[in-house]
Design a protein around this ligand. Structure first.
Ligand SMILES: Cc1cc2nc3c(=O)[nH]c(=O)nc-3n(C[C@H](O)[C@H](O)[C@H](O)COP(=O)(O)OP(=O)(O)OC[C@H]3O[C@@H](n4cnc5c(N)ncnc54)[C@H](O)[C@@H]3O)c2cc1C
Length: 447
């Protein structure tokens, strides 16, 4: 008796999972596999908050597969070796997965697909994480887009995203499953110290909670989304980002249910930004380490002052909106989008710290830390990215607070009055220094 393996990666769900659906349709018993790969070249190690989320999401997925008659095998090591070994142990004749779009991940997947096929297995990949494949969205000249508006217009002109696949009620598993690591052994949860209390208070990882949150958002918040999405105290956004990042819910499901709920274009276009970030990563695999606009390589970053970076990381800059955001992040693994923009701008343009330091901190502390969205947005704020905010547009965090948190509700929630210190830098002076540095980039790019 042979079996089919579904190799789960950033798609920790049963509903609308094309690889799982194809494996079930094949008729052989189905085995789920998750590989913790910290060894394949170029794969970025997960940050601490992401590891916390992953632990709980895998626990939920394993339980759901067991309830339906199958199992989730957990193994650790370089994916190329582990997938082969598991296929052998399981006597599998097929391995199916949903595609990944990062550079090193694609290389790994391409090699595995070729070698499995050489061994006579049926290896297939499916589209499950993006609404459109990156190679399908092209300019008239056949190149990829570097500006969002025409990109999104081109996406909307394509056939609408396919309808989501229903959740399988049964997943018929093998009589005896191959050996699995225990999830606890992987040590994904922090222990000494256990800093995850705020994460536990804030989130419930796993597919059922993701679906619940989507429904709740669509019935309660979608109507006020356009008006209130920029106010950090309004609770008006979907909070779907970690769920989309881990694939507990598919973008197809979100898209179709939002459209049915009368979802405004504004919310759908945020899904468009997610697409745009991923398509950009597909074309620029070094997005997290290299300026997309190479003239920014000439940016004269001053020598890093670690005390300033630490103050920013720990929400002790003396700028209330920035400190509130950084404390929200530290506590909950999340920060509201408007505040992400202000906190990132402050790091880059008032502290004159290279965006890559901020990107790394977010990578380690966000539960939605996403290989495309995070560096894409950091480069957007820095001015070095695709369709980026111009460098000379420098957010004034005090005016931003007046505009988007006029009653100070968000700031009060995260920074008590008696913890508000003096600003660690002068906003006006640092703004001028940043503009001078930018002039340098402009001059360098002309010569
Ligand atoms: C410096 C910086 C770093 C960021 N890092 C990440 C990250 O690591 N992971 C991440 O998912 N988002 C990131 N974002 C984008 C955005 O802040 C979050 O997606 C959003 O705040 C998540 O909240 P939500 O799910 O309630 O969003 P909603 O407003 O409800 O939006 C719905 C979905 O659209 C997508 N989306 C929304 N805004 C953006 C955007 N600007 N770019 C790409 N996709 C978007 C997300 O998947 C989000 O869940 C970053 C933004 C900035 C400025």
């Amino acid at each position: 008796m042979t079996s089919s393996i579904v190799w789960f990666r950033d798609d920790l769900r049963l509903a609308d999972n094309p690889a799982l659906r194809a494996a079930i349709d094949r008729g052989d018993p189905v085995i789920g596999l998750y590989v913790l790969d910290e060894e394949s070249p170029g794969i970025r190690p997960l940050g601490g908050a992401a590891r916390w989320w992953l632990h709980h999401s895998l626990a939920s997925l394993g339980e759901r597969l067991r309830e339906r008659g199958s199992t989730l095998v957990l193994r650790r090591g370089p994916a190329e070796r582990v997938v082969h070994e598991t296929a052998k142990d399981a006597g599998a004749s097929a391995v199916f997965w949903n595609r990944r779009y990062g550079g090193p991940e694609r290389e790994v997947d391409t090699r595995i697909k070729a070698s499995l096929r050489e061994d006579g297995l049926d290896a297939q990949s499916f589209a499950g994480s993006l609404l459109h494949e990156p190679w399908e969205v092209k300019t008239g000249a056949g190149t990829h887009f570097s500006v969002f508006t025409p990109f999104w217009r081109a996406c909307l002109a394509l056939p609408s995203p396919r309808a989501p696949l229903p959740e399988p009620r049964e997943v018929h598993g093998p009589g005896r499953a191959p050996a699995s690591d225990s999830l606890d052994e992987w040590g994904l949860l922090p222990t000494k110290p256990d800093w995850a209390g705020g994460l536990r208070e804030t989130w419930e990882p796993g597919e059922p909670a993701a679906r619940h949150r989507l429904r709740e958002f669509l019935s309660e918040d979608l109507g006020s989304y356009d008006r209130a999405r920029d106010e950090p105290s309004a609770g008006a956004t979907s909070l779907l980002s970690p769920r989309l990042r881990w694939g507990e819910i598919s973008p197809y499901t979100v898209w179709h249910e939002a459209v049915e709920a009368g979802g405004g274009g504004r919310f759908l276009s945020e899904l468009g930004w997610r697409e745009f970030a991923w398509h950009t990563l597909f074309h620029f695999p070094d997005l997290a380490t290299k300026n997309l606009r190479r003239e920014f390589d000439a940016f004269p970053w001053p020598r890093l002052k670690p005390t300033l970076l630490r103050a920013w990381e720990h929400g002790r800059t003396g700028i209330p909106l920035v400190d509130a955001g950084m404390r929200e992040l530290w506590h909950s693994g999340y920060m509201h989008n408007r505040v992400r923009m202000v906190a990132a701008s402050f790091l880059i343009k008032n502290l004159l710290i290279d965006w890559r330091h901020g990107e790394e901190w977010f990578w380690d502390t966000l539960v939605d830390a996403d290989a495309a969205n995070n560096p894409f947005n950091w480069q957007w704020v820095a001015g070095s990215g695709a369709d980026a905010a111009p460098y000379f547009r420098i957010f004034n965090p005090e005016l931003q607070a007046k505009k988007f948190d006029p009653r100070g509700l968000y700031i009060d929630q995260w920074v008590p009055q008696d913890e508000r210190g003096e600003p660690i830098v002068d906003l006006g002076e640092t703004r001028k220094a940043a503009l001078d540095a930018y002039e340098h980039v402009k001059r360098a790019s002309r010569t």
